[in-house]
Design a protein around this ligand. Structure first.
Ligand SMILES: *Cc1c(COP(=O)(O)O)cnc(C)c1O
Length: 390
């Protein structure tokens, strides 16, 4: 019996079984279609092993699904061409005209845009603060079918009590969908805390090498079966090569993400003590509003995402960014290298300054996705660049 999750991550999801000796690594099935020998063979399409056409099923995608399902502790996963494809397909498969959604107010911007656009299909969304459970419950209606949140929010890293929210959802006959991208399954598995669906943008920590765009939804066989039928019609399945790359990325996720979380924890402490930094948002800092919750529910660390606040001085912020040698600006996260992003000009570009300040997002806020670099190099890079504020 293999107990260690790191070991299983290396072992799970090999698909090549049959007459030949198994290769160490499953081949990439770069094929549009699969031959059928006869009618008996064609009927296999309806069974577990039936491959006919790439949009519908592909062995590399199935192998990746097996691995993601294991990580998230679900029954099955749908593997999509992007995180947004997973989110939109799940919504469309679970919601119909007249249904209502209650969503957290600090979601990934494009998820909120998507929910808003569903209004013209007769699906309404109410947005509330999920750290106020009374406000959340009072927003639930008879028509509420889905409650939607992220485990850790962008860019302030607030944390939601998923177990409490799942109780509210189930008391009201709604289903809870959790976007677990920022946390990853190494730190938190939403399904273990009562969520019905766990979403991951595989683009981020799962693939981890900033060379694939992909997404997954993990849930029961029933919900995923329904979603996959729709996915085949929408045509947003992940291609074989990306599936292969993503599976390869996940093989080292245990090593990478644990190191990234350790680095983030150390960096958060250093930034917090730096006199040029006005504040740091990281779940393992005493001042974090859900620090106790984070300690209770997270395993292996507190995530590899943090944000910090600099004085609102555009010239100096520019110089700070120019001074960084190792850390580069990039509009992604979760890769092996440390990247910086600026919420005011990315995720929160559509808001006015007043709206942003109400959300706690100042013009000096920087978000960091911490990579696997040597921690001393990282600390030195930030410390050196922060001197522009002296
Ligand atoms: C990136 C991201 C998404 C969207 O994923 P894509 O792969 O870019 O489509 C959704 N949710 C969160 C939290 C993300 O960071």
């Amino acid at each position: 019996m293999i107990r260690n999750r790191g070991t299983q991550i290396i072992k799970k999801g090999s698909v090549v079984k049959g007459k030949m000796n198994e290769p160490e690594i499953a081949p990439i099935y770069l094929t549009t279609a699969f031959h059928g020998k006869d009618l008996d063979d064609l009927e296999k399409y309806y069974s577990e092993k039936g491959y006919t056409y790439n949009r519908i099923r592909n062995p590399n995608r199935d192998a990746l699904a097996e691995l993601v399902t294991y990580l998230e502790n679900g029954e099955d996963s749908m593997i999509c061409s992007s995180g947004m494809a997973a989110i939109s397909t799940i919504f469309l498969s679970m919601l119909a005209v007249g249904d209502h959604v209650v969503a957290n107010n600090n979601l990934y911007g494009e998820t909120l845009d998507l929910l808003k656009s569903l209004k013209r299909y007769g699906i309404e969304t109410t947005v509330v603060d999920f750290n106020n459970l009374e406000e959340l419950e009072s927003a639930v209606r008879n028509e509420t079918k889905v409650i939607y949140t992220e485990t850790i929010s962008n860019p302030l890293m607030t944390i939601v009590d998923i177990e409490a929210v799942s109780n509210i959802a189930h008391r009201n006959n709604a289903r809870l969908i959790v976007d677990n991208t920022f946390a990853t399954s190494l730190m938190f598995r939403p399904l273990d805390f009562g969520a019905d669906v766990s979403i991951n943008s595989l683009t981020k920590f799962a693939n981890g090498h900033s060379d694939v765009v992909g997404g997954a939804a993990t849930s029961s066989k029933e919900l995923i079966g329904k979603a996959k039928s729709l996915q085949a019609l929408l045509g947003c399945t992940m291609d074989s090569f990306s599936s292969f790359l993503c599976q390869r990325g996940i093989r080292t996720m245990d090593l990478r993400v644990k190191r990234q979380m350790d680095n983030a924890n150390a960096l958060a402490g250093v930034l917090d003590r730096n006199p040029n930094v006005l504040g740091v948002n990281y779940p393992n800092l005493e001042g974090h509003p859900q620090h106790e919750l984070a300690k209770r529910i997270f395993e292996n660390g507190y995530g590899a995402m943090l944000s910090f606040e600099l004085p609102e001085d555009r010239d100096k912020v520019n110089r700070f960014m120019q001074e960084l040698d190792i850390v580069k600006y990039a509009m992604t996260l979760g890769g092996y290298s440390t990247t910086l992003s600026y919420p005011v000009l990315s995720s929160h570009f559509q808001f006015t300054k007043e709206e942003r300040l109400k959300m706690g997002i100042s013009d000096g806020l920087m978000r960091v996705s911490v990579g696997i670099e040597d921690i001393e190099d990282l600390i030195n890079d930030f410390t050196k660049a922060l001197r522009v504020f002296e």
